[in-house]
Structure formats: structure tokens, C-alpha cells
Design a binder for this molecule. Sequence first.
Ligand SMILES: NC(=O)C1=CN([C@@H]2O[C@H](COP(=O)(O)OP(=O)(O)OC[C@H]3O[C@@H](n4cnc5c(N)ncnc54)[C@H](O)[C@@H]3O)[C@@H](O)[C@H]2O)C=CC1
Ligand SMILES: O=C(O)[C@H]1O[C@H](OP(=O)(O)OP(=O)(O)OC[C@H]2O[C@@H](n3ccc(=O)[nH]c3=O)[C@H](O)[C@@H]2O)[C@H](O)[C@@H](O)[C@@H]1O
Length: 507
Amino acid sequence: MEEVLKNVKSSASGVAAQRSSRSLGAIDIPHKKVEKICCLGAGYVGGPTCAVIAARNPHVQVTIVDLNALRIAAWNSDDLPIYEPGLDEVVKSCRGRNLFFSTDVDKAIIEADLIFVSVNTPTKTQGMGAGFAADLGYVESATRHIAKVAQGDKIVVEKSTVPCRTAQSMRFILEANARPGIHFDILSNPEFLAEGTAIADLMNPDRVLIGSLNTEAGRSAAASLVDIYAGWIKREQIITTNLWSSELTKLAANAMLAQRISSINALSAICEATGADVDEVSYACGLDTRIGPKFLKASVGFGGSCFQKDILNLVYLSESLHLPEVAAYWKQVVEMNEYQKKRFVNRIISCLFNTLTGKKIAILGFAFKKDTGDTRESPAITLCKYLRAERANVAIYDPKVAESQIWMDLTEPGITDDLAKLQKQISIADSAYAACKGADAVVVCTEWDEFRNTRLDYRKVYEMMNKPAFIFDGRLILDQKELESIGFHVEMIGRPRGNFETSMQWE
Ligand SMILES: NC(=O)C1=CN([C@@H]2O[C@H](COP(=O)(O)OP(=O)(O)OC[C@H]3O[C@@H](n4cnc5c(N)ncnc54)[C@H](O)[C@@H]3O)[C@@H](O)[C@H]2O)C=CC1
Ligand SMILES: O=C(O)[C@H]1O[C@H](OP(=O)(O)OP(=O)(O)OC[C@H]2O[C@@H](n3ccc(=O)[nH]c3=O)[C@H](O)[C@@H]2O)[C@H](O)[C@@H](O)[C@@H]1O
């Protein structure tokens, strides 16, 4: 037995040794010191990431450019285009010193030694792979632009999330279009930040991943980027791998995170039907150190711009590689997420006596998670769509999402395109109380702290609602007992319905 344990231990430490020698190898070889960085794309990733790079590397000039002039103007104003706790302070600390936001894409490319490509990679909406494959149009056009404009050697870094082997296409395009004598190195450096905690994640990441070709030039380019991150991150946390591992790791990490949520959400359905409590199940499972406690919070479904997109991308990749079983496995994670949203709405309909016609439903929270104003793929959008179809009147309140954004999300093609008709059924409130006034039901869609029992006066909410007053907690943030003592009828994800508890008593 001891022999077996020894072997297991030595093979495990062998893997660690291999990994660390690879990660240290990259910084031990001669490499260029980066003085100027350009980032193509001033979005949720490019903006915060490069702002932190600038803040932590005062000797490096960082210019973030975008084709969208309004977005750049906002980055240069006091009202940044995205809400992220801590972002204002970081930007203010270095904007105008070594951090610049500009629409002059060509100048920034010409000046830079290293260019991050941090443009959007949405799911294709038409053509081959529509609904699954990533639309690489923005990445390709950014790559072609770099090739056209560059007057000297550049390190080009894929920051966008892309399908495995995209770096090869980028290299092909760059080499085919480069001016004579110009050399490009390509690195993959996927971003793992989560919105709402982006600055904390960037300041203190679990790891930074850099993929390169395993050639001298490739390793040397990786070493230049390692230097940038080493401005504030311990070297052993900066991992270097081959390009394809790095590209695939990003898709894999998102797929695994989303898979955990779909797993706990699948269990939440069993909890509701049996009397088990999903929070208790998740807590008890999470205490197993092999499972761990994070990303096991049951919810109305995951949202955000990337989980669904990246899993579908993985599904498409698997299908293209003739691996249908692998594709079906990952696809189920997304299907479970859709099922969860539908299940939640069905519960609302059934509790409200099987009809929502003319009833007022207050939606608390429209962002896909707390501490962000981002609504991309927010479950609240799907919920509102279903509630509308049931002819409910919906009042939405979110502390950070702009009203114009809500209208845009609800008038997206495929959801509805008739704004005037929409406004007869949907209203946007400027406070939680205003949304709840006269409502038959309150639905918590986003886990904003201000919706917690300690922050919102639920006695006041109860007084202003139609009776019976229902609350549906899609985020498991409310104190059910306290709300019930006020008089609410409370329905929580992953807890049995209504008086199920009493019907299950046998003692
Ligand atoms: N949002 C997130 O939390 C995360 C996103 N990612 C990935 O990062 C990439 C970017 O995502 P976001 O920042 O959320 O997208 P975004 O849509 O917020 O920003 C992308 C920006 O790129 C600009 N752009 C497009 N083509 C350009 C070009 N040729 N030159 C200059 N600018 C150009 C667009 O105008 C847009 O402002 C995506 O691949 C995404 O999957 C990765 C990790 C986290
Ligand atoms: O590639 C990306 O875009 C990013 O996607 C996610 O980050 P993000 O989508 O910003 O936010 P998460 O915290 O992952 O939440 C995603 C969704 O899952 C939901 N969620 C999360 C955790 C949980 O336990 N339960 C749950 O329902 C959230 O409410 C939210 O709707 C990943 O966490 C990041 O590592 C990754 O970089």
C-alpha cells in the first residue's frame, strides 16, 4: 500500500515539476522589455485588464483603443462606460499618466511593442455553425488591421476568448499581410476575471495563463508578457503552456464553472420535489475538499456574456472534431440552464392560481449578477419574455442597469420588436418600492445586496402589495421565515413549495 501511495505522490509531484519548469522556462531566456502596449477593444475585458496593467507597471505606456468613439469618450470622462467596484479608482490613478484611451487605432498599433486583441467574439447568428460557433469576424478584422498598419515587429496577444487553434489563423493572416521584414509573435493569454469582481480578480488572480509556440521566439515573446504580469503577480502563479492548451483551457474553465451551476440547479429540482434544501445539499457537498464550496449556489439560471457562448463554442468544436458524444455532454449544461428558467416561471404561474393575466409582477434585478450593470444573457430577460407571454404586467427595477438598456434587451429581435406595445405591459421603476407597489408577486432575479431582508423594508413592501402577497426568490438571498412571519407566501429555488414541509411531517 505504501508503495502505491509513494508512486501516486511521485507521479503527482512529477506533473507539478513539469509544469513549474515550463512556467519558469519562459522567463529565463533573453527577451524584449515591453515599453508600450496597445489594447484593441475597450470593453469589459480590455478596459479593466489594461487599466490594472498600467496601474501596476507605471513605466509601461498603455493605450486602449476602440472603434466605438462613444465608449472611448466615456472612458475619458468621470462616468466610465462600465460599472465595476474599484474600477474608477484604478483608472483615475493612472489615466493621463501612462494609461490612455483613444480612437486612434493606427497610432497605437504603430507605437506598441505588444498588442492585446480584446475584441468581442459573439456566437454566430447566421451561416455555418450559427447558434454555436464563435463569430471571429472582429478578431480577423483586428488582426488584418495590425498586419496592415504595423511598421515594426510586434507581439500580438489573443485576449479574446477564441476557439482552439485560432492563433494559427491569426499567424497565417499576419504573415500573409505583413510588410517585408516584419516579424509577429502570437501569444494566447485568456482572461479569467468575472464581472462585478473584475478588479479584485485582476489584482489577485488564481493564475495567469500564457500560451506560446514552443520555439525560441515563442518562449521569448511569452517571457516579455510574463514580465508585465510579474509587475504585481507572483511568478509561480504565471503559468506558461503551449498555445492550444491555453486557448482550450479558457473554454474548459468556463464550461466547468457553468457545469457546476447546472449540476446544482438540476439538484434544486429534486430538492423542490422531495423536501431537501438545496443550500444544505450544496453546503454539505462543498465541504468535501475534492468538490469545494464555490459555484454551487442554485439560481434561476446562469447568465452573462460568456458561459453560454463559450460552451456552445466547445460544442461546435467537438462536433467539428467528430466527437458527437462530447458535444452532447456539454450541450446539456446549457439545456439544463434553459430548463431552470422555464421551471421557475412555471412555478410562478402555478402559485398564482394558473393565470398571470393582468397581474403585476415586480422584477427585482435585471443585471445577470450583482455589482455589474451588464445584462448580457441575463435570466431576467428570458423571465420577462415568459411573463409577457402570460399577459402579466411587469415592473422592473435594477440599481445599475440603464433604462435604455432594458428596453434594448426586451426589444431584441426574436423577443419583441414593438416598443409601444411592450410599454403597455412593461414599466421600469426607479426604486424597489415603486416596482412592488400594487404587485401580486415580487421576483428576485439578481442577488443585489439591497434586496436582502436587512436592507429592504419588507413590511413596507407587504403593505403596498395585493394579497395574497407572493415572493419568488430566484437567488436564495431572502430570509424565508422572517418574510413568512410578515405574511408573505414565499417560494425559494431548491426548497419545496408552500406547505410541503407540513405535509412531509411524520413525527
Ligand atoms: N466580459 C467578460 O467578463 C469576459 C470576456 N471575455 C472575452 O473577452 C472578449 C471581449 O469581451 P468584452 O470585453 O466583454 O466585449 P465588449 O463587447 O465589451 O468589448 C469589445 C470591444 O471591442 C471593440 N472592437 C471590435 N473590433 C475592434 C477593432 N478592430 N479595433 C478596436 N476595437 C474593436 C468593440 O467596439 C467593443 O467595444 C470576448 O472574447 C469575451 O469572450 C473573457 C473573460 C471575461
Ligand atoms: O469568460 C468570462 O466571461 C468569465 O465568465 C465568468 O464570469 P462572469 O460571467 O462575469 O460571472 P460569474 O460570477 O461566473 O457568474 C456567471 C453567472 O452564473 C451565476 N452563478 C454563479 C455562481 C453560482 O454559484 N451560481 C450562479 O448561478 C451568476 O449569477 C451569473 O449569472 C467566469 O466566472 C470568469 O472566470 C470568466 O472569465
